[in-house]
Design a protein around this ligand. Structure first.
Ligand code: DOR
Length: 436
């Protein structure tokens, strides 16, 4: 007896696309096949839809605790559910920072109460906890370690190579790095006084990223620690990363695959401001090549909500970051429909490889025994992304007004719908993702 059977969707399985039924029991995929006539509590017709393993966003900032007027675990996870995202990994630059066992456990308990989809949290590396990362990273709901090598939003920063090395020596989970060189960021900031946001990528220039990435890879080599390079944005880093595939995995944001400078700053001003910056077309093209060649491992939205009145401050007082968790799936499905990547490659980047990179248990594949986390998409739907659709408390998206082809129409978390036909259903049911 199945709890739920999804009938007749085109399932993206490890063996390719197949028109199959998905039978679910106890929150897990029990059987994939032709299940007509088999008893089920509920049968949902998925004819005409594609059934993907649940999309996981491995980089979001949900602002709880401390800045919950911008976002909290409830609103951020609601945005995830509406956008077809079945799990997220959340960053530690909240207030206070997630840098201790108690603070991480607090987030996990809070998310168990309020999160619509499954979740995990990064432990933030700091000068104070550098030698204790090995214990901290083993906590329930911890997906890995986050180290800010250059400063961005919040107070977390580890810019001393000696401390960076101590972090890499403590523990074994992947250390996810925000890779910009702090000394160069500081030295260059005064050069741009009185200038506009179009200089954001010049202040935080390619060399900032390349220097920082080269240095952290050298430390990873010395220590043997595996890294995950978050939001890689420059052509110059790609050869370095390619030469170190054994140690380093690579994440790229959909924003950098969809916008470029100077166009984005002309259209959106400081709404397009994020760290590391959206850069000129040369970098955009190099990132696409890296997606297409297989070099890029995963996509992460870097969902980083800031209110419109904060964004209206003159650059560089305007904060960096933009919402993204709700738009990741439709924006990338549009790229699929435009022929820039296959649906299978999108599933690899945003589900299977996220689970692989972070060793998430029972996630990322449509196979029996795995969690029944499913993202149902209508590849033919043509829709306009609008601010009014955005569930984030800040109520805006850089993609407002963009027409896309391909839309998430169902989000199933461990066997239960949390979004169906565009509406939230049920109640928050998120649980911590488990890691091997
Ligand atoms: O643009 C960004 N915003 N980059 C980051 O690294 C942090 C994020 C935020 O939390 O606002």
């Amino acid at each position: 007896m199945f709890d739920l059977v999804l009938r007749n969707g085109v399932c993206v399985t490890p063996s390719g696309r197949q028109q199959l039924d998905v039978g679910i029991v106890g929150g897990r995929i029990a059987e994939l096949g032709h299940l007509a006539g088999r008893p089920a509590t509920e049968v949902v017709d998925a004819t005409g839809l594609h059934v993907l393993p649940g999309i996981i966003d491995p980089q979001v900032h949900f602002r709880e605790p401390g800045l919950t007027w911008k976002e909290d675990l409830g609103s951020g996870s609601m945005a995830a559910a509406l956008g077809g995202v079945t799990a997220y990994f959340e960053m530690p630059n909240t207030n206070p920072s997630t840098d201790s066992a108690e603070r991480l456990a607090w987030k996990v308990e809070r998310a168990k109460q309020t999160s619509w989809v499954d979740f995990a949290f990064f432990i933030g590396a700091s000068n104070e906890n550098a030698d204790h990362i090995g214990e901290l990273e083993r906590a329930e709901g911890c997906c890995g370690v986050k180290m800010f090598l250059g400063s961005s939003t919040g107070s977390l920063l580890v810019d001393d190579p000696a401390v960076q090395k101590r972090v890499l020596e403590s523990g074994r989970k992947r250390v996810a790095c925000h890779s910009e060189d702090e000394a160069r960021l500081k030295a260059r900031k005064p050069l741009f006084e009185g200038k506009g946001v179009e200089f954001h990528p010049e202040w935080r220039d390619e060399q900032c990223a390349v220097d920082s990435t080269r240095n952290i890879i050298a430390l990873a080599r010395q220590t043997g620690r595996r890294l995950h390079l978050l939001h890689v944005t420059t052509a110059g880093e790609l050869p370095l990363l390619e030469a170190n595939r054994d140690l380093v995995t690579i994440e790229v944001p959909p924003q950098h695959l969809t916008m470029w400078a100077p166009d984005c700053y002309e259209r959106l001003g400081t709404l397009a401001q994020m760290n590391p910056p959206i850069r000129e077309k040369r970098h955009h093209d190099a990132l696409w090549k890296a997606v297409q060649s297989g070099l890029v491992d995963v996509l992460g939205s870097d969902h980083a909500p800031h209110a419109l009145d904060e964004k209206a401050k003159p650059w560089p007082s305007s904060p960096s970051g933009m919402p993204g968790v709700q738009t990741l799936v439709p924006v990338m499905l549009d790229h699929v429909n435009e022929g820039r990547l296959s649906l299978e490659r999108f599933v690899d980047l945003s589900s299977t490889s996220v689970a692989r990179v972070f060793n998430a248990r029972r996630k990322g594949r449509l196979v029996p025994g795995y969690d029944a986390d499913l993202t149902l998409v209508d590849l033919r739907a043509s829709r306009v992304i609008e601010n009014s659709w955005i569930a984030s408390k800040v109520k805006w998206t850089p993609f407002d007004g963009k027409r896309v082809r391909g839309w998430p129409v169902g989000t199933i978390v461990r066997g239960a719908f949390v979004m169906r036909d565009g509406a939230l259903v049920g109640a928050p049911r998120g649980q911590p993702v488990q890691f091997d």
